[in-house]
Write a protein that binds this ligand. Sequence first.
Ligand code: ATP
Length: 391
Amino acid sequence: MFCEIANPFIRRILQEVGLVAGSMRPYVVGGFVRDSLMGKESQDLDVVVESSGSHNGITLAQKLADKWQVDVKSHQDFGTATVNHPEGLKIDFVTARCETYTQAGILPTVKFSQITDDLWRRDFSVNAIAISLSSDQFEQVLDPTNGIADLEGKRIRVLHAESFSDDPTRIFRALRYAVRFQFQIETETEKLMQSAIDRIGILSDARIRNEIERIFQEACVVEIMQWLSALGICQAICSQWQLPSDFESIWHNLQSHLEWAERHLDNDVLNAEALPWMALNLPSTGQERLSLPGRLRQKLVAHKELAQRLLYEPLTPMMKPSQIYQFLKPHPIEALVYHLPQPQIEQYLTQLRRIKPNKTGNDLIADGWTAGPNLAQALWEDFARQLDKCG
Ligand code: ATP
């Protein structure tokens, strides 16, 4: 069977890859092949090059980089390399390999191999299809695990019984693909997945964090997170973690707050990555478990503080601009955006926070004041009058 690569630009580049490869055997694999067979456009090019005992992935990447007069970024240890085609296309190269798991959940020991072994080590049959790029077999499809039948039957299926317990990140991946493509998780795969949920405990903080961040990139975050929660995966990550019962409305509101921020705020003031984490309600033990970076954790704490404060001291239409300013100034912009829509927060973000005081401490000292708390109070009073005039 052959699969014609639909995008003429990508097809031309991949033909060139096959020509430059000569006797090395390159294949495009994974998401690009899956999406192409489903008639979807993809630019995510992963090329596997069969090994003849050495790092052919890197060798081919280097040859192409020389031809296209661009740089190559390579990792000898993993046999991987990335080349950016000058017309704007990134291609990742890897030498075909098989993997053995000496310890489940930990990254595997890698051995170079042939393309078929490389396909059998993959997560699901739909991701284990290859298209040959060699000139004499260009666009020939290799499907040793029957992935095409699963694509047609809309099924996510693992390739062996230990797949999830070897690498429990595949649980997250299975849910992500099932929701994204509206596929079923095949019955046996689903049983294996459920019985491997307690293996999530062996995953490193970085790998779980990465999976959650990949979910944030999906169109159907709510469905995936709710499924994760229903399967007990949130609790397997952190026993105190409960996804909020109104997560769906929280997430939808968050999207409109982010759209508001995009329209009204300069894009350098908001660290938008913090907001999805705020929506998850991950307790501090969970934040520790995932080793969330210190700056992100500070934002999560600030968000909780603001939520508490707004509960006991709600913002009201009676507040003067100077009072709004004083109330909201100590809170980071991310926490404020999270708590939209509120007219006072909008006024602070779009107007009040940008106002510079007309007078500085030096101006007052020139007027005869001496430095100290009285001066600070006088400065604030002056600034408050200025803010209230803008209101
Ligand atoms: P997406 O559209 O989500 O990016 P993708 O298939 O491109 O899908 P990647 O995470 O970029 O996903 O991985 C590329 C390929 O590497 C996958 O298609 C799969 O074949 C393989 N792969 C990735 N992660 C795993 C894993 N944990 N176990 C086995 N194979 C994996």
